[in-house]
Design a binder for this molecule. Structure first.
Ligand SMILES: [Zn+2]
Length: 298
């Protein structure tokens, strides 16, 4: 969630499939083939991070209720009706339990019909439990051993979701050689359409960041088609740059770590030369709610 949800799964189908397989462990195949977006000059996305939804819906942390926040954000996303919603990891509360994903799956039912959802995994996710709930036989899934890697093609743009989950419920992240090699091969294919990368972990040089971030940048630096990396993990909203690639840190849906940070999501319009971002803050520091930021790509 998905991984990509995709193809037009109507609410009725969704329910029917869920019911047929039976409650909490409902699985389904989701294929994401953008329709509205193909060949449009820009793509409209709802970008979320760190939802931290628990099976127990009144679970709270730092005075925030992640499930309620998620519900509120899904309502806002539905209203804005982007072409897809992307969650950049730490979807589940702490250990990626089946009950967490099942609660999330239930909440997805409130999203607009047919809205595709693409999800990357974070350090509080569990790859196996995730795929048990959001069975991934989607055509967007790439062949990378033991990693959940997705590609969505928008005609004029491409989106890549990487998997930085190393150990469940331990903070650092890692892509690993096989995934980096896959990425290198993918980017070496002669195709100059812009690529946007989504990954959970922060890209600094610390023990809690993406441990192979330097090796990732070594690959990306030379690939001018890569315009930006979207990530979560820090529960902070900020936009920076490295090697001329824009780094967009998505605020958390679940809770912030410091009071000065918003809790919410980012609405994005990506085009070949720039991105326009609207912050939707629902909690924490809401001072900049509605703030629009425009940035030019390299
Ligand atoms: Zn988190």
């Amino acid at each position: 969630m998905p991984h990509i949800i995709s193809t037009k799964i109507s609410r009725k189908d969704f329910l029917r499939k869920s019911v047929r397989i039976g409650g909490a462990l409902a699985t389904m195949g989701m294929f994401y083939k953008p329709s509205r977006a193909v060949n449009n000059p820009s793509v409209h996305l709802g970008i979320l991070a760190d939802t931290h939804v628990a099976a127990y819906k009144n679970e709270q942390y730092r005075g925030f209720f992640p499930s309620k926040n998620f519900q509120q954000v899904l309502a806002q996303v539905s209203e804005k009706n982007p072409e897809a919603m992307i969650i950049t990891g730490d979807i589940a509360r702490l250990k990626g339990e089946l009950g967490d994903y099942s609660a999330i799956q239930d909440q997805f039912l409130t999203l607009n019909n047919n809205m595709p959802v693409l999800m990357a995994l974070g350090n509080h996710d569990d790859r196996r439990n995730f795929s048990d709930i959001f069975n991934n036989n989607s055509q967007n899934k790439q062949e990378v051993f033991n990693k959940h890697v997705l590609v969505a093609d928008y005609g004029q743009f491409r989106i890549v979701l990487l998997d930085s989950l190393m150990y469940v419920n331990k903070t650092p992240g890692f892509l690993g050689l096989e995934q980096r090699n896959w990425l290198q091969r993918y980017l070496d294919i002669p195709d100059e359409r812009p690529v946007f990368i989504f990954v959970h972990h922060t890209l600094n040089n610390g023990d809690t960041d993406l441990l192979d971030a330097d090796r990732l940048f070594k690959i990306l630096k030379k690939q001018k088609k890569v315009k930006a990396i979207f990530y979560g993990h820090s529960h902070v909203y900020k936009i920076t740059e490295r090697d001329k690639i824009k780094l967009i840190n998505i605020p958390a849906v679940g809770y912030n770590f410091i009071d000065s940070q918003p809790v919410g999501w980012l609405e994005a319009r990506l085009s070949a030369d720039k991105g326009i971002f609207t912050l939707h803050a629902i909690g924490g520091n809401i001072e900049n709610n509605g703030q629009v930021t425009e940035i030019k790509w390299r």
